[in-house]
Ligand binder design. Structure first.
Ligand SMILES: [Zn+2]
Length: 347
């Protein structure tokens, strides 16, 4: 059996569009809506939402096999306004594992509760080189601030712009498609959402169906650790968490392969399902690695911790410089889409 062809142009356009939608955890609804709109084009899928706001797409198939599920997340790192300073600038509270040095000088949108957007950038509070020289102020919550591109020098003037404590702060992604690479913030995990959507498209376009019913779970709270803890139906026998593979010194993963994670901070994944995934990859000639991730947890593990009784594996494309200025290559991305399709077509 050969796999349907991947529409790379569709994949890239969808991914870039998704990356351009701000969706920090807790403010991911616009990204969920975007995926929902795209998946609503496929008449094979029954769409629903969990109360928590995750998107579930069911591809129902008559089969003697129990259903399976795949999950990927659209929420990203980000911040909220923690405090409006007396000089009109903003202190932030970080969402997820955001590290300050990775966003110093980055452009941001402050998105108010009313949906208004105010532009700004993230700076250290001792930013001027002509005042502080090469300053060694620590890059931490106390010293990083947002300078708004609006005329304000006081708390009152900033409040008059409509900004309040708790407003969403979204960082620019600096997305660039360049020579087979896609370089952007938040490839984690929008790349894998694109993998799922591209796999659905290729199967649907080629007139093929999964061999059993499948739930595609698009999670909206992964970066804070509990995304897929709810919303996976109890009759699901196998769950594939599709999320980025860790690339860097000491890692097996790279940008040109997809990876099967054997163990991360949450411990080992399911040996039996891992074995099945390796067999499928080998049968279809999918370039994959196995790896261990030092500081990592997945939505699949969130479901396990919540009491989910499934076999669980974690697969995904190699992403360089994760939770930083990330980068992936089409080879690793295509390998992941192919692995998803092969999994859906094999018993
Ligand atoms: Zn992720």
């Amino acid at each position: 059996m050969s796999l349907p062809k991947i529409d790379e142009k569709y994949f890239t356009t969808f991914l870039v569009d998704l990356l351009n939608i701000a969706s920090p955890t807790g403010f991911a609804e616009p990204a969920i809506e975007f995926v929902e709109k795209e998946l609503s084009k496929y008449k094979q899928l029954e769409l629903s939402r969990t109360r928590k706001g995750a998107l579930v797409a069911k591809w129902k198939v008559e089969s003697d096999l129990p259903p399976v599920a795949l999950t990927a997340h659209v929420d990203t790192l980000g911040a909220v306004v923690k405090e409006i300073k007396s000089n009109g600038r903003l202190k932030l509270s970080r969402i997820g594992g955001l590290q300050w040095p990775t966003v110093e000088t980055e452009g941001v949108w402050v998105i108010t509760a009313k949906g208004e957007k105010i532009r700004g950038s993230v700076l250290i509070d001792t930013a001027s080189g002509h005042i502080y020289g090469t300053n060694d102020t620590p890059r931490n919550d106390a010293h990083m601030e947002v300078r708004l591109d609006a005329r304000t020098t006081s708390e009152k003037e900033t409040r008059a712009l409509g900004i309040n404590v708790g407003d969403c702060v979204a960082f620019d992604t600096r997305t660039e498609v360049t020579g087979g690479f896609i370089r952007s913030r938040f490839m984690d995990d929008k790349a894998c959402v694109a993998n799922l959507v591209a796999a659905i498209k290729s199967l649907a376009d080629s007139g093929q169906s999964p061999v059993r019913s499948v739930y595609f779970h698009i999670s909206n709270y992964e970066e804070v650790g509990h995304g897929a803890s709810a919303g996976i139906p109890s009759d699901v026998a196998e769950l594939i968490s599709v999320d980025m593979a860790v690339v860097g010194e000491g890692q097996e993963s790279d940008e040109f392969h997809t990876t099967l994670c054997i163990k991360d901070s949450g411990g080992p994944y399911h040996e039996g399902l891992n074995k099945k995934m390796r067999g499928i990859a080998e049968k279809h000639g999918i370039p994959y690695k196995t790896d261990v991730y030092p500081f990592y947890g997945s939505d699949g593990e969130a479901f396990w911790r919540a009491g989910g009784d499934v076999a669980l594996s974690l697969i995904g494309p190699g992403i360089d410089a994760s939770h930083n200025y990330e980068r992936a290559h089409m080879d690793g991305l295509n390998a992941t889409t192919n692995w998803i399709m092969a999994y859906l077509l094999e018993r």
